[in-house]
Structures are given as C-alpha cells and as structure tokens.
Design a protein around this ligand. Structure first.
Ligand code: UDP
Ligand code: MG
Length: 316
C-alpha cells in the first residue's frame, strides 16, 4: 500500500463527507493504493455515524472510535499503530488542510529521501489569538530541538516514512513536537513544504490558550530527558547537596555570630543580622525544593506507562 491517511477528529461530522470525497479524488487521479484511518476521539456529535456510513460503500475507509475524548496526540498515536502504507500522511479533519498537497508530499518522501515532511501554513487563516502564541511557540521549539529549518512545527498536515511513525510515541500535547520526537529517534532528514491553508468551514477550534501551558511543559520535559538522558535524579541530588551546604553554612554563621556577640561584642553583624535575610534564604531553599519536586513529578507522569492509554469502543 502506498499511503495511509491518518485523521484524528473530535466533533467534525459536517466536514467528513467532503473531506473523504476530496481525498478519494486526489488518490484516484494519482493511482495511489491507500487507506484512510479516521480516529474518532470521543466525538459527541454524529461523526461516528458519518464514518460508519462512509465505511459501508468505501473499502479504503477505516474507523476507530475512542470511548471518550483523549486528545489529538493519542488519536494520532493510535492511527500510527494501525497504518500500513509506505508513506503516512496526517491531516486535520476540518478541511483546513488540503488533500491536494498529498502527491507532492508523497514524492518528497519517496524520491527526495525525506523521513518527515512538515507542512508550513505560510499564509494562515486563523485568528490573531492563535497565530501570535504559535509564533512564540515555534521559536522555542526551534531553539530547543535544534531543528532550525522548520517554521511550523504544529501543522496538522505532515508526511512520514512508515518507520518514523512506528518508532515514536506521541502523547500529551506532543503532536506539537513530532519532528523533535522523530529527530530523537534518529530520523534526521526533516523537510518542509509550504501548504495551502483555509479558514475553518464548519464547527470551531478545539484548542485554546490553556493547552499552551501543557504544551510548554511537554517540551521542557522532553528537552530535559533527551539532553540529560534517563538519569536526571543525579542532577537533583547534586542541587540538593548544594542546598544542604548552604543551609549548613548559614546555621554556622548564625551560631558564630551569637557566640561572638555573647563573649566579645559583635563587629561582624553585617547582613546576617537581618531576619529578612534568613526569610529570603529559607524561601529560596524551600522554593527550589518544591520546584524540583514538581519537576520530578512532571517527568514521572510523562514516563508513566498509562501516558498513552486509550480505550477503543468500536472499530471498522
Ligand atoms: N482533535 C482531536 N481531539 C481533540 C481536539 C482536536 O482529535 O481533543 C482534532 C480536530 O478534530 C481536528 C484536529 O485535531 O481534526 C485539529 O484540531 P483543530 O482544528 O481544533 O485545531 P486548530 O486547527 O484550531 O489548531
Ligand atoms: Mg483546524
């Protein structure tokens, strides 16, 4: 099979028939053998009925129905596990990504030798409240991942060599950093293609600003793990020792001051006399410990085996 198209979707019933017909048109015109994997991520609208309907008369349509809404990353991951095509294409279900890009994306993987080609929505039809945080986010992602040639990490339209999707695990908000995951897995030939983008025709966006916080935490922990390996606890132990030393020194200084005060009068009062100094020091030490404890929690949560568990209710 040439191509697997993986489409994660949450409440996109109105778009699906149009999207399916469009993909089919492009595939048939280019004589591709293909499958379309719709991953229904707990939609509460008629999306699943529409997929079942499409499946009846179209053997290339496959559907997976999650028991509830898990998020775009688990939906993609599930599609990646099923995909059988040599090239795997992901696209959003809302008709913002154009299936007309598929043949060129396919060519870039099979002929130009890319492992992954990411779409670049150079001219974007989304509100400013979305495009500005996205600019910020892309700049961070570029700096952290060291993939400097990508403008648009989070574009839903991407093409992969099959080995790539079989060797990465997309969880949490990781769909934003798939090129980084691929690079960490050893797939270094990452390219970009300017793609046509359209305004949303039906329904509304599922992503708000709150997802950016989680998205940044995912990036921070991913960067940490891929930079320092799987033994970050050494670093925490090291910082902990320094904190302990700092506490020890301050106790010694206070003790010395007190004794000196009692027996010789104190010419060394300096800054150590101020209670605010100790308050600040204590706050700093406790703050650092809490931050590190929280960070360890974030690391553990992202490595828990259930980070990507999803329940499937039905399949076709
Ligand atoms: N999506 C999903 N699960 C979610 C949220 C979104 O599968 O929890 C799908 C959604 O249906 C669409 C794609 O992910 O196919 C991108 O979502 P959306 O269009 O809302 O994002 P935007 O284009 O606004 O960034
Ligand atoms: Mg969209």
């Amino acid at each position: 099979m040439d191509i697997s198209v993986v489409i994660p979707l949450y409440n996109e019933a109105e778009s699906l028939p149009e999207l399916h017909a469009w993909i089919k048109r492009v595939m048939d015109a280019n004589h591709f053998s293909y499958e379309i994997i719709f991953v229904n991520d707990g939609s509460t609208d008629r999306s699943w009925n529409v997929i079942e309907e499409l499946g009846k008369s179209n053997p290339e349509v496959k559907g997976i129905k999650f028991r509830r809404n898990y998020g775009k990353s688990p939906a993609l991951y599930c599609g990646f596990e099923r995909a059988e095509g040599d090239v795997v294409i992901t696209m959003d279900a809302d008709l913002q990504d154009s299936p007309d890009e598929i043949p060129e994306l396919y060519r870039m993987i099979t002929e130009d030798g890319y492992d992954l080609v990411s779409g670049w929505k150079q001219k974007r039809y989304d509100p400013l409240s979305k495009t500005i945080p996205t600019k910020l986010f892309n700049a961070t992602a570029r700096a952290v991942s060291g993939i400097h040639n990508l403008h648009d990490f989070n574009c839903g339209l991407k093409a992969y060599r099959r080995e790539v999707v079989k060797n990465i695990e997309v969880y949490g908000e990781m769909h934003r950093y798939i090129p980084y995951l691929a690079k960490n897995a050893g797939f270094a030939r990452i390219g970009e293609k300017v793609v046509h983008h359209q305004a949303r025709k039906y329904g509304k966006t599922k992503f708000g600003l709150n997802r950016f916080v989680n998205g940044y935490l995912d990036l921070l922990t991913l960067w940490f793990l891929s930079t320092f390996g799987v033994k970050p606890m050494h670093i925490f132990g090291f910082l902990g020792s320094i904190m302990f030393l700092l506490g020890f020194i301050s106790v010694a200084v206070i003790g010395f001051n007190k004794l000196h005060d009692m027996y010789c009068g104190n010419p060394y009062r300096l800054v150590t006399e101020s209670p605010y100094f100790y308050l600040a020091l204590t706050t700093m030490v406790i703050g650092t410990q809490l931050f590190l404890a929280g960070f360890i929690g974030e690391l553990i949560a992202r490595n828990a085996p259930e980070r990507n568990k999803y329940q499937i209710e039905k399949e076709l």
